[in-house]
Design a protein around this ligand. Structure first.
Ligand SMILES: Nc1ncnc2c1ncn2[C@@H]1O[C@H](COP(=O)(O)OP(=O)(O)OP(=O)(O)O)[C@@H](O)[C@H]1O
Length: 239
């Protein structure tokens, strides 16, 4: 059974069709990359999956339960974790406190300290646990965000452009982390860096103008003529 399943999922903003009729299935334990040109609808799609954006039409099931109208916090409780672009980091609080706050909803009180330390060690920030989050480099703040997702022990971890702004060494660390998590945690990754996609994803889904253009292994996607025309051939993401 799929862990996540959408049927006919659509979102319109006034007359603009951001996402249209998307049927999307994620199998338990897989690493899936979601790619597509700028404005293709990737953030809108994961916004609907994570409960931040209400769909105009369609349904979402998580672990066999229809969750289409559930608020975001209820989805987190059910094991869905969504990390994006630093906005959830409190710069004035120590790294440890940031992760502990993220742990609150999912981790029993007595296990929080250990869970926080384990999550930070996993992303390579173990030695920075007592620093103020605002003093971390941009790349380390991105890794902190991932730790804040991981500490929730998610069944589905959704990462929105996790390598954006990371230094080369941090990207390598990120790839190793995803390989380490693969199998135990289902991962959905919005990613522009094609090298990362090719190296870590089991399967790739391509959105174009709000519709699912293609899905397949990284090799199949790389060889797909339609995808090349829409995406890989043209813009900066081909690198
Ligand atoms: N709140 C909104 N109001 C109006 N239009 C929106 C809104 N959010 C997104 N859109 C539009 O919907 C379309 C899809 O946007 P979305 O951000 O989902 O694409 P994306 O694939 O994530 O792009 P990027 O790679 O640039 O982040 C775009 O045309 C965008 O301008």
């Amino acid at each position: 059974m799929s862990l996540l399943r959408t049927r006919g999922l659509s979102r319109h903003f006034g007359g603009l069709i951001a996402v249209e009729g998307v049927d999307f299935d994620l199998e338990e334990g897989e690493v899936r990359a979601l790619i597509g040109p700028n404005g293709a609808g990737k953030s809108t799609l994961v916004g609907m999956i994570s409960g931040r954006i209400p769909p105009s039409r369609g349904t979402i099931e998580f672990d066999g339960v229809e969750i289409t109208s559930w608020p975001a916090h209820k989805r987190i409780m059910a094991g869905m974790s969504y990390t994006f672009q630093i906005t959830s980091v409190f710069p004035g609080l120590p790294v440890r406190e940031n992760v502990a706050l993220a742990a609150r909803r999912r981790v029993p009180q007595g296990e929080v300290t250990q869970a926080v330390e384990a999550a930070l060690a996993r992303v390579g920030l173990g030695e920075r646990i007592d620093q103020e989050a605002g003093d971390l480099s941009y790349g380390h703040q991105r890794l902190l965000e991932i730790a804040m997702g991981l500490v929730q022990r998610p069944r589905l971890l959704i990462l929105d452009e996790p390598t954006q702004g990371l230094a080369e060494g941090e990207v390598a660390q990120f790839k190793a982390l995803i390989r380490d998590l693969a199998g135990a945690t289902t991962i959905l990754l919005i990613e522009h860096n094609m090298q990362v996609v090719m190296e870590v994803a089991d399967r790739v889904s391509v959105l174009n103008f709000g519709e699912m253009l293609a899905q397949g292994t990284p090799e199949e996607i790389r060889a797909n003529a339609e995808v090349q025309a829409a995406y890989l051939g043209g813009g900066d993401a081909a690198a």
